[in-house]
Design a protein around this ligand. Structure first.
Ligand code: ADP
Ligand code: MG
Length: 717
């Protein structure tokens, strides 16, 4: 099968471990001495170790997206085991992504007693294909009653198996999906795979109407840009809030913070650079095509970005990336923070999700081309994206909701909670000229040389950027910029794929109608693009998304502004969501319900842990420090200082009492209602404690204050 290589792939030395599936990154050859893909059971390794026939059958299964022939499994398992043992593996695991958004694994040994005091390595096709983790502790949102507390994992042959090295051994990791015995998806991978299939079907249908009879399959692609903080582990372990919640629950603003602009793209401290290089080597061994690294806006903040891959592999690789980043940090006495907002008042961390669609014949469907046919298809697919984002703006917002994001979205460092699309001036002008039926000086109506004035010239380069937009066209892809740094890519991309599949079909239906009415393709396309653009252009915004004016304007337009997680989550089961997800077989109403339930519960759990930790630290660490300071002042008999401090200590005592009351949940309140209680009462009481405590941090003697301060934590050397 043809491999898709995008023009903007520059790191030609990096080879895809899995050419058929890893759109974007080039192929792997076995002879390569580059560590790239060294620990991946890649297609090159498979070609080497499987019989010709089995290899061919596996490849064709993967290319057509069909399910795997079970009789192949034994031979593949055997080859995988031998390869893994040679690389030092002693155990294997089915890796999966439960609804917590984290990665889960259960290790099994390859070795079984041979009956005569020795051990024999064994790994059958059955063990490769299916596993049965003790799944009762993973959230299911009511899907699985406890009496049938069994789920199973199923091998995903489209995401390559790999070996994780450890100083004391190695582990063969097999990417798997996780489902209930009744067939419901209990993870992020199953719906993502289903949504990729759905989009492929819709897109191929549309391409055929548009005159492309060659493409057989369309893959969605994802390239995430991961932001993170690095801090010295000493400070981390001195801060119970960081250890238990991933963020600081206290901390006065540092005297020197954001003003330190020179951090951005500045030179990287040696220890940090060593960490980055080590992380990248580890990731390359695992076949993750890491490409760029640089400093981010805040001190101690950095970014890592890979070359894009197909959504499934890209999403698995992103989980792996987060894991490796955190593991390697410890080797350098560092801790890698992936929380969306580890430090109040300091820029938080996000994860830009670059998204596009590519055919198996090398065409990026969101790249304007140099032929009329390419541009027809570009216009069609771009219109579909606008239509989808406008219709499902609430769901997109919900797909990036979590408690950490509530500190970030709309806080002048990240897009607002309002979803809008930035197209860039040139492209917007092209759409406008279609809508008005008039070209302008810059977009002469007949420039496509078709003898038809209906389609304007399209920009070849996405020149302008808007860094404040949550959803921006960037020349050959859309960049969904609202993801949080700790998030799995699975659900946001599942949503994108599903809603765009739906919009493609809606537009394709209209296009067929127009063509059946006897119209020519350019005119028919022109008609449906105009229609859809007129109906959906309220979603376009090219101004500064951080301003109050935009909030007012968005409200006038009737766009949704779902400020917090409890506001956004109900969109997961909105009627428009259920309709689209059921129509495309991505998630059933019940599976959507279960997600709403799990994510609501997670919000409450995290709010509660934060609030309990706040009360605890305030009472047992900060209040005693303030009292010691007071004693010091009393002993020195400086009345004015005592008068200043005593009321603040009283305030702290009151605030702690109020928080402790809010930490007791009212009887009978649950679900979203409880989430709202947590937000409005508990988190509010927590903020009040912090406000006083942060004031006290500036009053209390440095050697009495028990928590490392922002000014210490944020500067790694
Ligand atoms: P910039 O956005 O700064 O111009 P790049 O063009 O390199 O930088 O893209 C940034 C991210 O977008 C990278 O992670 C890259 O892999 C990803 N990307 C590029 N092309 C695509 C595509 N067709 N589909 C998905 N992601 C892509
Ligand atoms: Mg970006």
């Amino acid at each position: 099968m043809a491999r898709v290589r995008q023009k903007n792939v520059t790191a030609a030395t990096w080879k895809s471990p899995n050419g058929h599936a890893a759109l974007g990154a080039p192929d792997l050859t076995v002879e390569d001495n580059n560590p790239f893909g060294r620990n991946v059971f890649s297609s090159a390794i498979q070609a080497e170790r499987l019989s010709k026939d089995t290899f061919k059958r596996l490849q064709s299964t993967l290319e057509t997206g069909a399910s795997l022939d079970t009789e192949l499994a034994d031979e593949i398992a055997e080859a995988m085991k031998d390869w893994a043992l040679e690389r030092g593996a002693t155990h294997y695991t089915h890796v999966f992504q439960p609804l917590t958004g984290l990665t889960a694994e259960k290790h099994d040994s390859f070795f079984e007693p041979d009956g005569s005091g020795g051990a024999v390595a064994d790994f059958s096709g059955k063990e490769l294909i299916q596993g049965e983790p003790d799944a009762s502790s993973f959230p299911t949102g009511g899907i699985r009653a406890t009496f049938e507390a069994r789920g199973y994992t199923a091998w995903d042959p489209t995401s390559p198996a790999f070996i994780l090295e450890n100083p004391n051994g190695a582990l063969l990791c097999i990417p798997t999906a996780f489902a209930s015995w009744t067939g419901e998806a209990l993870d992020g991978k199953i719906p993502l795979l289903r949504s990729m299939d759905a989009l492929s079907k819709s897109a191929i249908r549309a391409l055929q109407i548009l005159g492309d009879q060659e493409a057989q399959r369309v893959f969605t692609t994802v390239g995430p840009e991961q932001e993170y903080f690095l801090i010295d582990e000493q400070y981390y372990f001195e801060r119970p809030d960081l250890v238990t919640t991933g963020r600081t629950l206290f901390g006065a603003q540092p005297p020197k913070g954001h003003e330190l602009d020179d951090h951005y793209f500045g030179s990287i401290p040696e220890r940090v650079l060593a960490y980055m290089m080590d992380t990248e080597i580890e990731l390359r061994k695992l076949g993750v095509p890491v490409k760029t690294r640089h400093n981010e806006v805040a001190p101690g903040q950095y970014e890592l970005a890979p070359i894009f891959e197909n959504s499934n592999v890209g999403s698995d690789h992103q989980q792996l990336t987060m894991q490796v980043m955190q593991n390697v940090a410890r080797k350098y006495g560092l801790v890698c923070l992936l929380h969306e907002k580890p430090f109040a008042g300091v820029n938080g961390s996000g994860k830009h999700n670059n998204w596009s669609m590519s055919t198996d014949t090398n065409t990026n469907l969101l790249e304007p081309g140099d032929t009329p046919a390419k541009n027809f298809s570009f216009l069609f697919f771009c219109t579909a994206v606008l239509q989808a984002v406008n219709k499902h703006q609430g769901l997109l917002r919900a797909s990036v909701a979590n408690i950490g994001q509530d500190h970030r979205l709309g806080a002048n460092e990240a897009p607002p909670a309002i979803i809008s699309v930035f197209l860039g001036a040139e492209l917007e002008r092209a759409f406008e000229s279609i809508a008005t039926g008039q070209g302008d000086g810059l977009t002469p109506g007949s420039s496509l040389g078709l003898g038809t004035p209906v389609l304007p010239q399209l920009p070849m380069h996405g020149g302008d950027r808007n860094r404040t937009s949550p959803f921006a066209f960037t020349g050959n892809k859309f960049e969904f910029r609202a993801l949080g740094s700790s998030m799995s890519l699975a659900f946001p991309n599942t949503v994108l794929n599903t809603i765009v599949a739906e919009a493609i079909d809606e537009l394709a239906d209209r296009l067929e109608q127009e063509l059946q009415g006897g119209g020519e393709l350019p005119e028919a396309l022109n008609t449906i693009v105009r229609e859809s653009y007129e109906a959906n252009k309220q979603i376009l915004f090219s101004g500064d998304n951080y301003t109050d004016e935009w909030h007012a304007e968005a409200e006038r337009r009737g766009l949704k502004n779902l400020r917090t997680t409890p506001d956004a989550l109900p969109e997961v089961t909105a009627s428009t969501t259920v309709e689209a997800f059921e129509a495309y077989g991505v998630l059933s109403a019940r599976e959507l319900e279960s997600r709403l339930e799990v994510w609501t519960e997670q919000y409450v759990t995290h709010a509660n842990i934060e609030a309990e930790t706040t009360a605890n630290i305030a009472k047992t660490m900060l209040l005693p420090a303030a009292l010691r300071q007071l004693a010091l002042i009393d002993a020195a008999e400086i009345g004015t200082l005592a008068e200043q401090l005593r009321p603040q200590v009283d305030e702290l005592v009151t605030a702690i009492e109020e928080l402790q009351q809010a930490n007791v949940y009212p009887d009978g309140v649950e679900g979203l209602e409880l989430a709202e209680f947590a937000r409005d009462s508990q988190l509010a009481a927590m903020a009040a404690v912090r406000e006083v405590a942060d004031r006290l941090e500036r009053e209390v003697a440095d050697d009495l204050w028990p928590l490392p301060k922002y000014s210490e934590i944020l500067f790694v050397r």
